[in-house]
Design a protein. Structure first.
Length: 244
């Protein structure tokens, strides 16, 4: 997309940021789920994979940034700060889903490999540091009601980080099982920027979250047959919430 001035104006433009740095935990699945859920509704899609040496195009509709190890995370934060394309996109009203390392990068600061504070890119009013123990395992969380009655979130977390939410963000959800931000909440959002610790990938396990992002970018959506998504959700939720 960023190299092609003839791009189709009506297509949904998905931008996957830094697959060469922040793609350790299968978060590419989020890109695939968004593409498929748009295409199944007849919405054409153009996806760009932006490697870390390349500029982030500011004309995208939905930006995805995934999880990763500490050093690629630091490098990714530095490059995004210098680049500024994601900031310009958010200022234009673009939608963002940032996962784990990508989520921490969105804040003012996060913990480096020795726990040292590293500057984030300040798109979310959060700060992260290193916790005492790694949070690894299944996560289930109730979504903030003001996001429109989404069903329970399910995912997998694997991080050292703890995250403090400032007054300019709202928690994405309340943690039922797992650690999330570390204070009983999981993830956060501000405007159309969502951050979460959920891998899984998050959107394969939570199609309603995928549709929330798509609706922010494209408007009201037709329903889809979610039989297979629902089976995956039920299986994963039953593993941690047997009485549901
Ligand atoms: N390096 C970060 C942490 O451990 C993020 C890890 C991840 O993206 N899964 O907190």
């Amino acid at each position: 997309m960023q190299n092609d001035p003839r791009r189709t104006e009506s297509a949904l433009r998905i931008v996957w940021i830094y697959p060469d740095l922040l793609s350790t935990y299968g978060d590419q699945g989020n890109v695939l789920v968004l593409e498929q859920r748009a295409l199944r509704r007849g919405i054409p899609v153009e996806t760009v994979h932006v490697r870390s040496a390349d500029p982030v195009p500011e004309g995208g509709d939905i930006y995805l940034i995934g999880g990763g190890e500490d050093r690629p995370q630091i490098l990714g934060a530095e490059r995004l700060r210098r680049d500024g394309g994601l900031h310009r996109a958010v200022a234009r009203g673009a939608t963002v889903l940032a996962v784990c390392a990508g989520y921490q990068i969105m804040g003012t600061t996060f913990g480096g490999e020795e726990g040292q504070p590293v500057a984030g890119i300040e798109l979310l009013d959060i700060a992260s540091g290193r916790g005492k123990a790694r949070a690894v395992g299944e996560l289930a969380a109730e979504v903030a009601p003001e996001l429109g009655g989404l069903p329970m979130l399910t995912g997998f977390e694997n991080h050292m980080g703890v995250t403090w939410l400032g007054s300019a963000v709202r928690p994405l959800s309340r943690t039922i099982v797992g650690t999330g931000n570390g204070d009983g909440t999981e993830g956060c959002y501000s405007g159309r920027v969502i951050g979460t610790y959920l891998h899984g990938p998050a959107l394969a396990r939570n199609p309603a979250l995928a549709d929330l992002l798509l609706s922010w970018a494209t408007g009201p959506l037709a329903p889809l047959d979610d039989t297979w998504y629902d089976r995956l959700r039920q299986e994963r939720l039953a593993a941690v919430l047997p009485n549901q």
